[in-house]
Design a protein around this ligand. Structure first.
Ligand SMILES: Cc1cc2nc3c(=O)[nH]c(=O)nc-3n(C[C@H](O)[C@H](O)[C@H](O)COP(=O)(O)OP(=O)(O)OC[C@H]3O[C@@H](n4cnc5c(N)ncnc54)[C@H](O)[C@@H]3O)c2cc1C
Length: 384
């Protein structure tokens, strides 16, 4: 059994692990190793994401993370030599009567933080989007500078640039975590090799809870299945933003067609990648055609299943160590559907925590593990 010594060992090489490796190398950390068993990412969340990036949140931390990350994505090619195909199509949340207050509150927070955002009354929605059924809608919020991108390009861009800057990638999985006092000392990987590390990051996505368990830490993070569908219309609609409606339906343009999905929070938790062949026809298509009648005549071209790493406490990420118990073991997980858009901000935050011992550019302390121990949710409101 051989041992290698690292400054930082990162468990999981999805978009979060790769972004952390990139930012750590950028600030000059010496030996950084990412342990990732599957370079094809067949089961990872990162490559199957919708790719939506929005500043529409209730919590200032999430808004600020999006502000940094979207600017970063727009210059991604300069940073990493990979183009993420940023499309600034805008984001539109629409709600029915009775739900306006939350949207208005969030609008004020977003505006106070400098987000370009507009409130649209029912008449304005009807005027701007005449092809969308609006008789049940009371209010909308539009952020015209939000948009979407290609998730796999983000993942590959961070991975390749982290490698170019000197990060090593080990094709294996962590099978055990050894501790001494309040520190993780070594990781054992499938080959039997041990990796000694000054600091460890747990970025294992849907597997983060089982990895944390190896170190004696409980995380309220579970895999939750979600379906994505790609459809085409004979006559495409005029250019449109990414729309989220009261049914939790998500629609955005993609190439010649549209990427669509409908989030079902009641989905049983677990590693289930099976497609439900009736879900689209039973649930998504009726919701889609009801919101935008042109979709009655759609052609379903492709569909796939992926997993959210759902934070059961409050739907927000868990970021940081467990002071006094696991001082050098940082978790970054529980992204619940917004990990891709926040990856640059999370990577930067992890590099600050590890190198400087504190958040420097953006205080994310409220997203820490203590709130889990205290059972104090710090959730979003108005997320459709
Ligand atoms: C259908 C769908 C749509 C989504 N849409 C969006 C969106 O529009 N916008 C957005 O921001 N987010 C979206 N998300 C969420 C986003 O994809 C995730 O939050 C993000 O990809 C999480 O990245 P990650 O690196 O933490 O996890 P992953 O990409 O899953 O990476 C975790 C990695 O850990 C590895 N691993 C597991 N166990 C071990 C181990 N023991 N040792 C070492 N490595 C291990 C795995 O192989 C995996 O590659 C969506 C997700 C899904 C499923």
């Amino acid at each position: 059994m051989s041992t290698t010594r690292q400054d930082v060992a990162i468990i999981g090489g999805g978009v979060i692990g790769c972004a952390a490796a990139y930012f750590l190398k950028l600030v000059g950390v010496g030996r950084v190793t990412v342990i990732e068993p599957d370079p094809t990412y067949a089961k990872a969340s990162s490559p199957v994401a919708t790719g939506g990036c929005r500043r529409l949140f209730a919590r200032p931390e999430n808004i600020r993370m999006s502000q940094f990350s979207i600017d970063f994505f727009k210059a991604f090619e300069t940073h990493t030599d990979v183009d993420v195909q940023w499309k600034e199509g805008g984001y539109l949340f629409v709600v029915t009567a009775g739900h306006e207050k939350v949207l208005e509150q969030n609008y004020r927070t977003e505006k106070d933080l400098g987000v370009k955002v507009e409130l649209l009354g029912a008449k304005e929605i009807a005027k701007r989007y005449p092809w969308m059924r609006n008789d049940d809608l009371a209010l909308g919020v539009l952020s015209p500078e939000d948009g979407w991108l290609d998730p796999n390009s983000v993942l590959q861009g961070f991975r390749k640039k982290a490698q170019a800057l000197g990060a090593a990638f080990v094709k294996d999985r962590v099978v055990d975590v050894y501790t001494s006092g309040s520190r993780v000392t070594e990781l054992e990987i499938g080959s039997g090799q041990r990796i000694e590390a000054e600091t460890v990051i747990n970025a294992a996505g849907c597997w983060a809870a089982s990895v944390a368990k190896l170190a004696g830490m409980d995380l309220p993070v579970n895999p939750m299945r979600r379906f994505e569908h790609y459809v085409e219309l004979g006559d495409p609609l005029p250019p449109m933003p990414l729309i989220k409606d009261p049914e939790r339906l998500v629609i955005r343009p993609e190439g010649k067609g549209y990427a669509v999905g409908l989030v079902d929070g009641r989905e049983p938790r677990g590693f289930n990648y099976e497609l439900d062949p009736s879900w689209f026809e039973r649930v998504v298509w009726p919701a889609l055609a009801s919101r935008i009648p042109a979709f009655e005549k759609l052609k379903l071209k492709r569909e796939w299943a992926g997993l959210y790493d759902e934070c059961e406490l409050d739907g927000n990420m868990i970021l940081g160590n467990w002071p006094g118990r696991l001082d050098n073991f940082y978790v970054a997980c529980g992204f619940s559907g917004h990990g891709l858009m926040h990856a640059p901000a999370v990577g930067r935050a992890l590099a600050e925590l590890i190198v400087k011992g504190r958040f420097e550019t953006l205080d994310l302390a409220r997203m820490n593990y203590q709130r889990v121990l205290d059972k104090k949710p710090y959730g979003e409101t108005g997320i459709l």
